[in-house]
Ligand binder design. Structure first.
Ligand code: SF4
Length: 260
C-alpha cells in the first residue's frame, strides 16, 4: 500500500497509473521522465481503446509477482490486483494535452473506476471540462521566477496555474507541492497565500525523490529529509486555513486538510 491508502483509503494494489499522452509543456527539473526521448508526434488513441488496455497491461505488469507471495502480498491481494478499480491519470506527460480527456474520465467513471487526475495546471479550460473523483493540481513554486527556474515551461503559464487552482474549491481536490531542497523550499507564506485562494480540500507536500532521469539534472542532496518537509508544511499551515492531517515518513510526504 502506498501513502494514498493511508491518506484517502485507496486500495493501492488495485490502482493503475495511466498516461494518455507522453507530451508535456514543462521540463521540470525534478521530473523522473526523460525529455530526451519525448515523441515529437503522437497519434491519439480513442478513450475506449485506452480503457480496454487496462486489464491487459496490468496483468503484464504483475506477471511474475505471484512467485513471491508472502504475508504482506497475499494471493488474494494479487488476484485483486489483476482487477484494478482505481485509475491515477498521471505518471508521464501532462494529461490535459490529450484532447479527449473529459470523455476518457467520464467513460472510466461510468465503468466503475475511481479516477484521480493529476495535472500541472497549465490548461485550466480543459480542467474545467473534467470530472474526476479527485483532481490534483501541482504548485511547485512560490512565485513566477522560481516557477520558470524549476518547471522550465514552454511559455509563461504562471497565471494559468493560478486559474486552475481557483477551480479547486468547488470539487474534491488536492494541491501537490514537490519540495526540492535549495530550489523551491522557501517563502512558505507565499505558498500559503496561493493555497488560501485555491480553496482545495487537501494539500500534499512531498519531498523530491532522486529517481529516474531527474538524476541527470539534480543531486541526491536536493532530496529534503522528512523532518524538513514536515517543518515546511507546518509553516505553510500556520499561515493559512489548513491543518496537519497525516504524514508518511517513508514517502516523505505530509498532507494538510482545509479547515472548513
Ligand atoms: S509537469 Fe509533470 S510530466 Fe511535465 S515535466 Fe513536470 S513533472 Fe514531468
Amino acid at each position: 500500500m502506498c501513502y494514498k491508502h493511508q491518506f484517502y483509503g485507496i486500495d493501492s494494489h488495485r490502482c493503475v497509473q495511466l498516461t494518455p499522452t507522453l507530451l508535456c509543456n514543462q521540463r521540470c527539473l525534478f521530473c523522473w521522465r526523460s525529455f530526451e526521448h519525448e515523441p515529437q508526434e503522437e497519434e491519439e488513441c480513442p478513450p475506449e481503446i485506452i480503457l480496454a488496455g487496462i486489464h491487459k497491461y496490468q496483468k503484464k505488469a504483475l506477471a511474475g509477482y505471484n512467485a513471491v507471495l508472502d504475508n504482506t502480498v497475499t494471493k488474494t491481494m494479487w488476484e485483486e490486483a489483476l482487477d484494478p478499480r482505481h485509475i491515477a491519470i498521471s505518471l508521464s506527460g501532462e494529461p490535459t494535452l490529450y484532447s479527449r480527456l473529459p470523455e476518457l474520465i467520464d467513460l472510466a467513471n461510468k465503468t466503475g473506476y475511481t479516477t484521480f487526475l493529476v495535472s500541472n495546471g497549465t490548461n485550466p479550460e480543459m480542467l474545467m471540462r473534467c470530472n474526476p473523483f479527485q483532481m490534483y493540481v501541482s504548485l511547485d513554486a512560490p512565485d513566477r521566477e522560481t516557477y520558470h527556474a524549476v518547471c522550465r515551461p514552454q511559455g509563461d503559464y504562471w497565471d494559468r496555474i493560478h486559474e486552475s487552482l481557483s477551480l479547486l474549491g468547488s470539487r474534491r481536490s488536492a494541491v501537490r507541492i514537490t519540495l526540492v531542497k535549495g530550489l523551491n523550499d522557501f517563502h512558505p507564506e507565499r505558498y500559503a497565500a496561493i493555497l488560501q485562494e485555491s480553496g482545495a480540500r487537501f494539500v500534499e507536500i512531498k519531498g523530491y525523490m532522486y529517481l529516474g532521469y531527474s538524476r541527470n539534472r539534480l543531486a541526491r542532496e536536493n532530496m529534503p529529509e522528512h523532518a524538513a518537509v514536515r517543518a515546511f508544511a507546518e509553516k505553510v499551515a500556520a499561515a493559512c486555513d489548513y491543518r496537519f492531517m497525516d504524514e508518511n515518513k517513508l514517502s516523505r510526504v505530509v498532507v494538510l486538510e482545509r479547515i472548513s
